[in-house]
Ligand binder design. Structure first.
Ligand code: NAP
Length: 256
């Protein structure tokens, strides 16, 4: 049975993968959705599924890297439904990148795709939720890769780590105003976008299973959520090791 019901839910990055799957799962709860991503036709197809499952849905194609476009999406949600109760900031992308083969522009592009997209929604959402009597929940799809520098994912790891740190500060500062923050850290998830990237993917889980974990995090609102447990345990263990030792293990894992 759906636990999240009769809420206004904004999902940024809902045209495919984990975001689309979370929207499908929450659609049975008679919620009110605003979904956004860049690909209009994929987004419209997800909106159709949401409406067919019994929830209202506004789909707005927009690039989350654009500050004004993001502010306009938040404003449109408030105009349509009066509030944003839950926001899932899920837009992001981590193509493999070896640091001896990237340009400065490549790294900046990954920062925009994984960090700027968070900031552009975070600030207008805080502004809006501060005015709401019940505050609101802002959740971010981070990554276990955001907990340490993963080889061939360095710029992505760095961008996700920056987003986690920013959200950690926001959680402390804005608790008195009723705004809650959840950072969600998946391991490898078998979504279409990453299927051919050539990276090793130990303990990979399905998109459906990942969406179940994300919905659970939206229901329980932990400060940090990590899944699946084998990858989370591996990353936490590596973080606890002395750096020369964890570097050795990571080098071996990356060479597989
Ligand atoms: N798959 C994994 O193994 C994995 C593991 C850990 C964390 N994650 C994180 O999970 C999140 C979802 O990824 P996914 O694997 O489900 O891949 P995905 O299918 O590519 O989902 C990414 C979503 O974000 C949207 N998006 C990307 N850039 C955007 C932008 N500039 N503006 C607006 N929307 C944008 C995409 O839609 P458009 O292209 O239509 O804009 C899509 O809806 C990402 O933040 C990713 O970093 C994934």
């Amino acid at each position: 049975m759906a636990r999240i019901t009769d809420r206004t839910v904004l999902i940024v990055g809902a045209s495919s993968g984990i975001g689309a799957e979370v929207a499908r799962r929450l659609a049975h709860g008679a919620n009110r959705f605003v979904i956004t991503a860049r690909r209009a036709s994929e987004l419209a197809a997800v909106a159709q599924e949401i409406r067919a499952a019994g929830s209202a849905c506004l789909d707005i194609p927009a690039d989350a890297r654009n500050t004004q476009a993001a502010a306009d999406v938040v404003a449109a949600a408030v105009t349509e439904y009066g509030s944003v109760d839950i926001a899932l900031l899920n837009a992001g992308q981590g193509p493999p990148m070896s640091l001896d083969r990237v340009s400065v522009a490549d790294v900046a592009r990954i920062m925009a795709l994984n960090y700027d997209v968070v900031v552009n929604y975070l600030i207008p959402l805080i502004e809006q939720m501060r005015r709401q009597p019940d505050g609101g929940l802002i959740a971010h799809t981070n990554s276990l890769a955001g907990l340490m520098g993963i080889p061939r994912q360095g710029p992505y790891s760095a961008a996700k780590a920056a987003a986690r740190t920013l959200i950690d500060a926001a959680r402390v500062e804005l608790a008195p105003q009723g705004i809650r923050f959840t950072s969600i850290h998946p391991g490898f998830v078998a979504t279409e976008r990453i299927s051919g990237d050539g990276l090793p993917k130990p303990f990979q889980i399905s998109q459906e299973r990942a969406a179940r974990y994300v919905v659970h995090a939206l229901e329980k609102e932990p400060a940090q959520a990590y899944f699946p447990w084998p990858t989370a345990a591996l990353v936490h263990t590596l973080r606890a090791l002395p750096t020369p030792l964890s570097s050795l293990v990571l080098r071996k894992l990356a060479a597989r």
